[in-house]
Ligand binder design. Structure first.
Ligand code: PRP
Ligand code: MG
Length: 212
């Protein structure tokens, strides 16, 4: 039987819980932080450990058949990719935040503002629906520092516990998206692997049911 190739975050917030889900589903895989690929010994599955932001393209190209990924990444980079299952962990929001000292009375306050973000597509779409045009500065990490160094008036990033916002004297003013880990499927999966995927999904569903 052909092995299903599934992408899992190499390092970062989803990594541990993704492997835990597979483990709870009775699928054993080596924790491959060192190796980029690991096959399961008891299920026709192979894990590819990849960078978050690269996963949508791998799914699109059919290099992997499925992925455990944050919904926020799919919304930003992979709206064409199928979300098969919400997985109930790594819950977060993608939000807009401004300095605490700034009086915020509504989205119109962001007209013409400089916004620092790693989520340009998500922000653009949200703002355009509200008739707002802003000046986006794309940065890949430590986004919350931008207002403090005079780089931006506002930021858009992931909020989980809220502690990064708090530490940087920012307040969340708009929640653009609520996100959690999802099982995503490549539009190019073949029919044989689709059968394996169904088995995997069946197991995942029973794990999720037992967790609730
Ligand atoms: C992520 C994200 C936020 C923070 C949110 O950053 O970009 O900054 O976590 O989590 P919190 O609300 O629980 O503080 P991360 O620490 O992964 O670093 P990076 O942005 O530099 O990649
Ligand atoms: Mg961050």
């Amino acid at each position: 039987m052909n092995r299903i190739r599934i992408a899992v975050q190499k390092s970062g917030r989803l990594h541990d819980d993704s492997l835990k889900l597979l483990k709870d589903a009775g699928i054993s895989v080596d924790n491959g932080r060192e190796q980029l690929k690991a096959a399961s010994g008891n299920f026709p599955l192979e894990v590819f450990y990849l960078r978050n932001g690269d996963i949508p393209q791998y799914l699109r190209d059919g290099v992997v058949d499925a992925a455990i990924i944050g919904e926020n990444v799919l919304v930003e980079k992979g709206e064409d990719i199928i979300m098969a299952e919400k997985l109930g962990f790594s819950k977060c929001r993608v939000s807009l935040a401004v300095p605490k000292s700034v009086k915020y009375s509504g989205i119109e306050d962001l007209q013409g503002a400089k916004i620092a973000t790693s989520y340009p597509n998500t922000v653009k779409e949200y703002l355009s629906k509200k008739g707002i045009t802003a000046d986006l500065h794309i940065i890949n990490g430590s986004v919350e520092i931008a207002p403090n160094i005079g780089l931006a008036d506002a930021i858009c990033d992931i909020v989980s516990s809220g502690s990064t916002l708090f530490k940087n004297n920012l307040k969340e003013v708009e929640v653009m998206l609520k996100s959690e880990a999802v099982l995503a499927v490549s539009p190019r999966i073949d029919s044989e692997r689709e059968e394996v995927l169904k088995k995997l999904q069946f197991r995942i569903k029973s794990v999720l049911r037992a967790r609730n």
